[in-house]
Design a protein around this ligand. Sequence first.
Ligand code: 5GP
Ligand code: ZN
Length: 138
Amino acid sequence: MRDSNCIFCKIVAGEIPSNTIYEDEEFKVFLDISPATKGHALIVPKQHYKDIYDIDEEVAARAMKLGKKLATHMTEVLACDGFNLMQNNNEAAGQTVFHFHLHLIPRYLGSKNNDILNWSHETFMAEEMAEIRDSLAL
Ligand code: 5GP
Ligand code: ZN
């Protein structure tokens, strides 16, 4: 399945160039064109899935497995100090490319871009927290 208007489908098909660091039958992993840090890469399934709601759960599980492997490899090669794996769904969550992808973001102590992913906090009363907990129980 591919979406003819999707930029990541075009990258997967080789119609748009990318700095690819890993590829197998199911995934392509390439450097983000506008990286948050040195080495910022994206794990992209070759099949077009819009987001976490749409993706086959086995494919999602294998994407995370690959994330573990690459985070370990990239940490060794880049000598980074930490690592974020991030995955955005829908505009409200910052998704801009609507083809599922897992961000691999190496982190470096003392780098100028260290406040990425730093969010301020909301406060909820204990009753609200309990209500949220109860509403979310599976
Ligand atoms: P999102 O905001 O959807 O989680 O992440 C989309 C990411 O894709 C962004 O970090 C953006 O820089 C990256 N991106 C968008 N277009 C291209 C492209 O054509 N090539 C590459 N390599 N990355 C892209
Ligand atoms: Zn696509």
